[in-house]
Ligand binder design. Structure first.
Ligand SMILES: Cc1ncc(C[n+]2csc(CCOP(=O)(O)OP(=O)(O)O)c2C)c(N)n1
Ligand SMILES: [Mg+2]
Length: 334
């Protein structure tokens, strides 16, 4: 394999993957990117209503981390959930229809963008209450441990969840009961318009796990290979019964908090600096420079994703709204 200029460590990383695996990472990240761009467009057209928080820029975290899981492992996440859901294997049609509030969506149009859920792939939901997903993941950790089928639970949170009591309660329970839960922080520097340095007393956010004796590590969340390598090692340990683990991925959302946010609180030069580290462009450059793929192969992947996302939008547009009679379904258990 040809050398990747000025990036010895990345070359080393690439070498431990097959072309097929790297192509899958690339396709999944590009699928998430195009899904999000199309969702924003559909929001502007009035086809998606309510809140819409896109994952653009953070794709390497979902793809690198979730690729380390088995289908039977549980995934729980917060409201910025489209990337996680697609990486866990949710069909783009089912996800897009849910954003449109259609009956064919994964949550039958009753959840919308923030509540993607699919039991068939153990995607146990996106949750709109900041930190609300954490005790649910801890509960799934108890169940996984008791059932003894070797399942692990991965739960994502934003930096905004760090000051929520639920995180500290969940870390404590996971530690005392030695639960197979991986707490995954996506530190994208902001919780809405608040910079992390304005709201946390500690500088290194991963240290939040230390009072509970939970080991932690930090990873470059703009590098899918780095994320995958670190996560694979953690998943292996946790599956063997080592107890909970805390991972902090350093990342950046390229868009505002939601589509309604012009993100005036952060400078354009900061945004430009992070965009130069676009995880999709970086992987593409590394794969081409290392001689693993030709530009044509990349174009073919991109065309197939474009087609898939166009089909997902068409499917969502043409799908029926939920029936009026279903309005009170799933509100109370009867
Ligand atoms: C308990 C609770 N408090 C406040 C909110 C309002 N709120 C929605 S998103 C958000 C910011 C969360 O930021 P972060 O966790 O860093 O996630 P990011 O948006 O960066 O992905 C807040 C405060 C909420 N949904 N739930
Ligand atoms: Mg954040």
């Amino acid at each position: 394999m040809a050398k990747i200029k000025n990036n010895q460590s990345k070359e080393k990383g690439l070498e431990s993957y097959t072309k097929e695996q790297l192509t899958i990472f690339y396709r999944q990240m590009f699928q998430i990117r195009r899904f999000e761009e199309s969702a924003e467009e559909q929001y502007m057209r009035g086809n998606i209503r309510g809140f819409l928080h896109v994952y653009t820029g953070q794709e390497a975290v979902a793809v690198g981390a979730i690729s380390a899981l088995r289908k039977s492992d549980y995934l729980v996440t917060h409201y910025r959930d489209h990337g996680h859901a697609l990486a866990k294997g949710l069909a783009s049609k089912s996800a897009m229809a849910e954003l449109f509030g259609k009956a064919t969506g994964c949550s039958k149009g009753m959840g919308g963008s923030m509540h993607l859920f699919d039991k068939s792939i153990n995607l146990m939901g996106g949750y709109a209450i900041v930190g609300g997903q954490l005790p649910i993941a801890t509960g799934l950790g108890i169940s996984s441990k008791e059932l003894g089928k070797g399942q692990v639970v991965m739960v994502f949170m934003g930096d905004g969840a760090l000051n929520e009591g639920e995180l500290h309660e969940s870390l404590n329970m996971a530690a005392i009961w030695n639960l197979p839960v991986i707490f995954y922080l996506e530190n994208n520097l902001y919780g809405m318009g608040n910079h992390t340095t304005d709201v946390f007393a500690v500088k290194e956010l991963k240290k939040v796990s230390e009072p509970f004796g939970i080991p932690n590590l930090e990873v470059d969340g703009m590098d899918v290979i780095a994320v995958n390598q670190a996560t694979q090692a953690v998943v292996e340990k946790v599956r063997k019964g080592s107890g909970p683990f805390f991972i902090e991925a350093k990342t950046y959302r390229f868009r505002g908090h939601s589509v309604a946010d012009p993100s005036n609180y952060r400078g354009k030069s900061e945004e430009e600096t992070w965009k130069k580290r676009d995880p999709i462009t970086s992987l593409e450059t590394s794969m081409i420079q290392s001689g693993l793929v030709e530009k044509d192969e990349i174009s073919n992947i991109r065309s197939s994703v474009e087609e898939e996302i166009a089909d997902a939008v068409k499917f969502a547009l043409e799908s029926p709204d939920p029936e009026d009679a279903t309005l009170y379904h799933n509100v109370y258990d009867s």
